[in-house]
Write a protein that binds this ligand. Structure first.
Ligand code: 3HC
Length: 279
């Protein structure tokens, strides 16, 4: 079975690798050649580390990479039974991608959005098959994180839900049913906690202290600020804004320091600077 993943950013390429690890043939599509090259390099570097650690043979690595076709040719999605969209978290971009994939894919295929909080019903509304559209929210890094939140839109059919769930389970993941509300389950709880940690930094706490407290006091693998740098401060701020605008509730107000950091280009690990320095 062939899976198409639209978007070759950190999430898209991670989902592509997750599918290849589960033995699917994957087409990872992006209209930017640079993103495709970056995705190839990132996966190659990640798998090289596994080979160096003795966790994978070089032949297995090459076979995995062979399973992923990095391409800018959208017409290839006609061969896929499942299409997963993982483009930036912007409703206009997502809608335009769904118009394209609806037109170019087989009528039997189901269309999955990896949105972390946008409305599945709204995304589905631009297609001619809203009953075949569903949300499946993967977590970063996708090959490692066990959970996928399944989110049904208003008219997602039972058949689409079952096909999506069976597919996610075949990737070795666990699912939960999440409501079609901003942040679903995890981000609605996790991101306000990261936001609160940013407020503490604004009030003068050292990031190291906030993270150490949460790691040693709650057994989190990463502290909230380390995690914000890891996922991207821009991504976290956008999610917080989604909660604030979606619920129109001041308890979700984004911490101003996050706005300033994003404006300064301090986006976390990917830019070399966030709450910590990575250079
Ligand atoms: N892609 C794929 N695999 C990765 C990876 C990546 N980016 N980063 C690490 N890994 C793999 C490694 O290859 C390694 O695999 P192995 O055991 O087979 O060798 C394994 O993960 C462990 O990696 P490391 O030994 O390098 O490092 P750690 O033991 O410190 O674990 C971590 C790294 C798994 C990232 C761990 O710190 C962790 O679980 N952090 C929390 C992650 C988290 O909370 N994610 C959710 C973010 S919120 C979100 O995604 C919502 C969205 O809407 C933004």
């Amino acid at each position: 079975m062939t899976i198409a993943v639209i978007g070759a950013g950190l999430m898209g390429s991670g989902i592509a690798l997750t599918c290849a690890l589960a033995n699917y043939d994957v087409i990872n599509i992006d209209n930017s050649e640079k993103s495709l090259e970056n995705a190839k390099d990132t996966l190659n570097a990640l798998l090289n580390k596994k080979v160096a650690k003795g966790k994978m043979h070089n032949d297995e690595k090459l076979e995995l990479l062979r399973k992923i076709d990095f391409s800018s040719d959208f017409s290839k999605i006609k061969d896929a039974s499942i299409i997963i969209e993982a483009v930036p978290e912007n409703i206009d971009i997502k809608k335009s991608v769904f118009i394209t994939i609806d037109e170019m894919s087989s009528r039997d295929s189901i269309l999955i959005s990896n949105t972390s909080g946008l409305s599945i019903s709204e995304i589905a509304s631009v297609t001619k098959r809203p009953d075949q559209v569903i949300g499946a929210h993967f977590f970063y890094p996708a090959p490692v994180m066990k959970l996928v939140e399944l989110v049904r839109g208003l008219v997602t059919s039972d058949e689409t839900y079952t096909r999506a769930k069976d597919f996610i389970v075949s990737l070795g993941k666990e699912t939960v049913d999440a409501p079609e509300l901003p942040g679903f389950i995890v981000n609605r709880i996790l991101v306000p906690m990261q936001n609160e940690a940013a407020f503490m930094v604004m009030e003068g706490c050292k990031p190291e202290d906030v993270d150490k407290a949460m790691k040693l006091g709650t057994n989190m693998p990463m502290g909230p600020l380390e995690l914000t740098d890891f996922v991207g401060i821009d991504v976290m701020l956008a999610t917080m804004k989604g909660l604030y605008n979606g619920f129109r509730d001041s308890k979700y107000r984004p911490c101003p320091i996050l706005e300033t950091m994003v404006k300064a280009g301090h986006l976390g690990r990917k830019s070399g600077k966030g709450f910590y320095n990575y250079n």
